[in-house]
Ligand binder design. Structure first.
Ligand SMILES: [Fe+2]
Length: 497
């Protein structure tokens, strides 16, 4: 079990106090999201929700919902950008809001709930923003003593072994009450692990086994590795010292290994400014892939990759010869997170180096190779049952948008044939992540549906779309429309109930 003393420095990884210079640059509160959206309707995705609680009993369906599609799509993302007269200056900071679309009885209903984390409740009680979360300095900020003091629970969801979790990455996962969608406590995976970071991208294998990691930045940065059983109980956890280290958002599992790609946007301990500002782009380091044995977290090796900055992987697998292959949506530099996702909060859609769909091979002798480079792509998803196993298809947002990180298409890539088909939405509709849902009688890998959300910004409403995953280019089988817009969000999971 972990020695808790090893993590006494955890708070060093938390956001630090503001400098006057940064306050001037960020200009928080200078404009709210609703005002920005009047100048460019696409900014409606960053305006925040109409209310903390949203309910709509029946979306307006266009087309035909497949009768076999029954269950719940839950999504999470930053939502509360403006509160108490203060607007956050980076997309990643908004307090999380869980959206639930329930497919049942031939229709779709919606519930949305802002997650009332301890952080948000303390701020509401104080009547002001209290904390510098990630990139926006808050004047007279309260001290951040532990990561969960600023936990906004805003990245993804995990429905595992009957427990519904809202995931962040800077601190604990949050337990969410399934019936009410109320925030219900921080998740601890075991004694000594309370309050330690847990990724928003845990990997759940077909048998329910969960692999995860967290990062703790500070004087002695650490990656924390988790192995959780199908029964939800911790099997093992292990801290691994990795330097230099910075934000790491996603990773890959194969049959025998975990692969964690560490981009050269590294944290400099003691550097002034916000958490984001304490990261420095050092491309001379390249990207480094840490390969860890699932059986023994002490069995580790490194592989060197070209410098790049990416958030997401679709999948990885390993062949009989020990060659590991995985994909990564990766950009030439980190401007998306350092610049563009700040600009969007100030009402400016600025371009960034686009993420490209890229496939890497890691050979047992240490060599690495880029095997495929595709076009702009983000939010890759696969048939979840193939996590860590060879997949043929990956589904993602794609296409060159304006700006180039607002991708206008949903695409399906066939890794065996090297082909891609896609559907580009009409002007005025922007898609978000789409997840693959297998049909009840699925035989082929792509027997099922692709389900996701869209923002019809010119009409001022959000909706869901359902594609036949075998025929993406044909466009959605059905749309379902809400009478209100939702904040643009990150990730979701489809569950049976
Ligand atoms: Fe993500």
């Amino acid at each position: 079990m972990l020695d808790r003393r090893q993590f006494l420095f955890a708070a060093a990884g938390c956001p630090v106090a503001a400098s006057p210079l940064l306050s001037a640059i960020a200009a928080p509160g200078s404009e709210n999201g609703a005002a920005a959206a009047r100048s460019d309707p696409r900014l409606l995705g960053w305006a925040g929700p109409l209310a903390d609680r949203l309910d709509h009993p029946a979306l307006t369906i266009e087309g035909r919902l497949p009768p076999g599609l029954q269950g719940v799509l839950r999504r999470n993302g930053p939502a509360v950008h403006d509160r108490h007269g203060f607007r956050y200056g980076h997309w990643f900071e908004g307090d999380g809001m869980l959206q639930e679309f329930r497919f049942a009885g031939g229709g779709v209903s919606h519930r949305g709930r802002v997650l009332m984390t301890p952080k948000l409740r303390r701020e509401d009680a104080a009547g002001r923003r209290l904390y510098t979360v990630f990139a926006t300095p808050v004047e007279d900020a309260a001290p951040v003593r532990r990561p969960d003091d600023v936990n906004v629970a805003n990245v993804s969801v995990l429905d595992h072994h009957g427990e519904l979790l809202a995931l962040w990455e800077g601190g604990s996962a949050s337990i969410v009450a399934r019936d009410s969608l109320d925030w219900a406590g921080f998740k601890s995976w075991g004694h000594g692990l309370e309050g330690l970071p847990f990724t928003a991208h845990p990997k759940v294998e077909a048998d329910g086994t969960v692999w995860a990691f967290g990062y703790v930045l500070g004087e002695k940065p650490v990656l924390l590795l988790y192995h959780i059983g199908p029964d939800g109980r911790l099997v093992k956890a292990r801290p691994v010292h990795v330097a230099p280290l910075g934000m790491v958002h996603d990773f890959v599992v194969t049959r025998r290994h975990l692969v964690i790609v560490i981009p050269p946007l590294v944290h400099e301990h003691g550097r002034a400014g916000t958490f984001l500002d304490s990261h420095v782009w050092r491309p001379e380091l390249g990207s480094r892939a840490l390969v860890v044995s699932k059986d023994d977290f002490d069995d580790r090796r490194w592989a060197q990759l070209p410098a790049g900055f990416g958030f997401h992987h679709g999948n990885g697998w390993e062949d009989a010869g020990g060659v590991i292959r995985f994909d990564h949506c990766v950009a030439a530099d980190p401007r998306i997170v350092t610049d563009s996702l700040r600009d969007v909060m100030r009402g400016r859609l600025s371009p960034a180096a686009p993420d490209h769909y890229t496939r890497f091979a890691l050979f047992p002798d240490g060599r690495t190779r880029i095997e495929e480079e595709g076009g702009p792509a983000e939010f890759p998803r696969i048939a979840d049952r193939l996590t860590g196993l060879r997949n043929r298809y990956v589904y993602m947002l794609a296409g060159a948008g304006d700006p180039n990180w607002l991708l206008p298409s949903v695409a399906k890539r066939d890794l065996e044939r090297g082909t891609e088909e896609s559907f580009t939405f009409a002007a005025g509709i922007l898609p978000e992540e789409h997840v693959f849902v297998p049909s009840p009688d699925a035989r082929a890998e792509d027997d099922g549906w692709l389900v996701g959300t869209v923002l019809a910004h010119e009409r001022g409403v959000s909706g869901i779309t359902v594609f036949d995953a075998r025929r993406i280019a044909d466009g959605p089988l059905a749309y379902g429309w809400l009478p209100y817009p939702l904040p643009r969000a990150f990730h979701g999971q489809f569950s049976a109930a």
